[in-house]
Write a protein that binds this ligand. Sequence first.
Ligand code: NAD
Length: 294
Amino acid sequence: MKVAFIGLGNMGLPMALNLLKAGYSVTGFDLVQSQVDVFSAAGGRAEESAASAVGDVDIVISMLPASRHVEGLYLGSDGILANASPTALLVDCSTISPKVAKDVSHAANARGFAMIDAPVSGGTAGAQAATLTFMVGGNVKDFERARPLLEKMGRNIFHAGGNGSGQTVKVCNNMLLGIQMLGTSEALRLGIANGMDPKVLSDIMTKSSGQNWALELYNPCPNVMENVPSSKNYAGGFGVDLMLKDLGLAVENARDLSASTPLGDLAHHLYELHSNAGNGTLDFSSVFNLTKVN
Ligand code: NAD
């Protein structure tokens, strides 16, 4: 089985390395040479362009920043649809708009390609440890065809529904995560303003009805937990600007469907304020500092 991997960034590179470790023959391409060099050193076959990387493979995987990059890569004249073998299965793992995912997969189907959207959750640590969660949109036959490969990069592989539904789940999940982190920060700040020790407060709320993932596993208050970004000056982890991008997808998706997401809208606004204040590259749990009581 030959695989092409396009987009060897923070997520794509460790995912591609896990495929190499599993014994797949992987051809790769990225615009950043230093990323390609690490891929080559690990046994990957580097190509000069996406077009040449996808010419002769069974599965193409892409892991790009945003919707516009995915549209460009698949639909452009030197892109994947123009250059891959029509028997190849196309798997886009980027987090993009559900609408763009549907549009690109329809264009792929019209050219005879099978395509699924397969965004991930689990961050760079999950990408390195091959413990990602995949949420897949597309038909069941294509999902089953991709599954053995996805299992080499992830631990939980879900079929969500038709094309675009992987992205819908990802957008809903990350909107909830962004809101949850703000709510958790606000509650901790209120307790601290009352003179509470944030660790005692967190321990009690973790065993009470306010329990949630941000509080229990990714506490935003410095030094409540070890080995989380808040205890390392908010370095590493999942950046504010990536959360802002995902909340932007949620807001745009809700607008397209006339759905009501007032908390998602507010969260988008608050992360934007936080990013504009110069915090875009910090971990998203740094919104704890936005909720500071002076
Ligand atoms: P990244 O910016 O580190 O990597 C993206 C890579 O794509 C870059 O190396 C860039 O050079 C490359 N690229 C862009 N256009 C290209 C093109 N036309 N051809 C070839 N390469 C191209 O981003 P990342 O952190 O790896 O995230 C990738 C996707 O995964 C995003 O959609 C992100 O939202 C999603 N995601 C990220 C995380 C995370 O924790 N970083 C977690 C879950 C999902």
